[in-house]
Design a protein around this ligand. Structure first.
Ligand SMILES: [Zn+2]
Length: 168
């Protein structure tokens, strides 16, 4: 095998795609089966294993990677894991930051309501009230997302796309 083929951190799916003659969804044609093989191989990209139901051959992604001469890291998700940790820190900071901002806006809205009882024309009070009413659905949406797993995943995807500018 030539070392020129070496690819750093190739994913399980890419190894399967390079090794098997034909891959379709989570199935592949078997190169070991004599005769015609039509998607007799079951692939599990998450566990990194494969198995042919016809010839009963099977194995791991790292073996396949060695066979086709590509470098394979046993934990290709290491980078993703790091991203997730980074995101968790980002989210915690964001929650504290937005919590503070929300409390401040809510407090000035309370003040504004009281002020407007005595000074119905108070511009600043109307503005404070409008700012709060305007921001409220935005905060509610954020807390809804932050409070459940699927919502946090959505935030994670947004964060991967837009980075730290998210929810400013
Ligand atoms: Zn087979």
């Amino acid at each position: 095998m030539s070392t020129g083929n070496v690819t750093a951190g190739i994913s399980n799916v890419n190894v399967f795609n390079s090794f098997f003659p034909r891959v379709s969804n989570r199935r592949a044609d078997c190169p070991y089966c004599s005769g015609h093989s039509r998607l007799t191989v079951a692939l599990d990209p998450v566990k990194g294993v494969w198995f042919c139901h016809r010839c009963q051959k099977g194995g791991s992604v790292s073996e396949l990677a060695r066979a086709i001469g590509v470098a394979y890291k046993p934990r290709p998700s290491g980078k993703a894991q790091q991203k997730k940790t980074e995101f968790r820190e980002f989210l915690l900071k964001k929650m504290a930051e937005l919590g503070n901002r929300e409390r401040k806006l809510a407090r000035s809205a309370e003040w504004a309501k009281a002020a407007l009882r005595f000074y119905p024309d108070h511009e600043g009070a109307w503005e404070a009230l409008a700012r709060w009413e305007h921001a409220r659905p935005w905060f509610e949406h954020f807390w809804l997302l932050a409070s459940c797993k699927s919502g946090r995943f959505e935030l994670y995807c947004q964060w991967r796309g837009r980075g730290r500018d998210l929810w400013k």
